[in-house]
Design a protein around this ligand. Sequence first.
Ligand code: ATP
Length: 311
Amino acid sequence: MNRTDDGHSFFDRNHQEITLYAHAKINLTLDILLRRPDGYHEVRMIMQELALKDTVTLQRTEKAGILLETEAPDIPKDDRNLCVKAARGLFERFGLPGGLRIGLVKRIPAAAGLAGGSSDAAAVIRGMRTLFDLKLTDQELMAEGKKTGADVPFCVLGGTALSEGIGEILTPVRAVLPFTLLLVKPPAAVSTKEIYEAYDRAEAALRPDTEGMLRALGEGDADGIAKRLLNVLEPVTSEKHPVIRGIREDLMKLGARGAAMSGSGPTVFGLFSSRADAESAEAGIRKLYPEAFTAVTAPVCDPKPGACSGS
Ligand code: ATP
């Protein structure tokens, strides 16, 4: 195995196989500006890449067709899988020869608000660009990702970013996040579509101070960051799954400086001042919620596509 030029993915000697990492994300803020006539929502949110990651291996095959191999029990293995959808899009767009075998090792909980599927799809298109030597700029790669899902462009970019439009207008943000995170996923199944629909019927929610959060992140102002965590979907998902409110309260009691739900949920994260604090809270909360784990942000690096995505 050799490293590729970006140093973050691995090629075999014959350039027939490539291995990439697909990182989870959380929302430090999530605001919804409006619902467009086509049903999409215009958002304004600050996204943060985490070190927590799936592994995606792509192998070119002579035989046509896309084959997904994974031992993950709780995700579709057919065309509904976002990896397959993303790969099919590139095969069709470029009329690529042969086929692709996708090996997927899942560590990011599925349907959790951590963009696991979107990140896998982003890894597939990044990997296929290299494997098939596709002439796509980074911007074009992100535009291609948007066809698979609104969060895919951010997952291509990585790092910390302000995400606008339906998620495709991205501005990299230089951020210092002086925390260890504790992620807690309750055993609740949440449909992103249903949560957005319920939001449309709900009263106007408390809105995040996005500008203030951007300033606090730039300054590494721990208190400023912690007090500005806010996700307008949290009251909506909490209404359906009150356990989310309970977890947030538990995290605060266990010493979190701030806590919020990520995406459309149901994962809630707490910010802790040190790894030791996060780990002791993890031990406490695991008795109630087995899917609790400490996490760190992906290393700070140049805000260029793929630069953080394979660390
Ligand atoms: P987001 O935060 O972008 O809304 P999420 O973290 O809530 O995403 P995902 O893990 O991306 O959710 O899964 C969303 C849905 O997509 C689930 O119903 C899941 O079955 C399906 N899915 C398709 N492909 C994948 C994949 N590769 N990994 C995980 N889920 C996938």
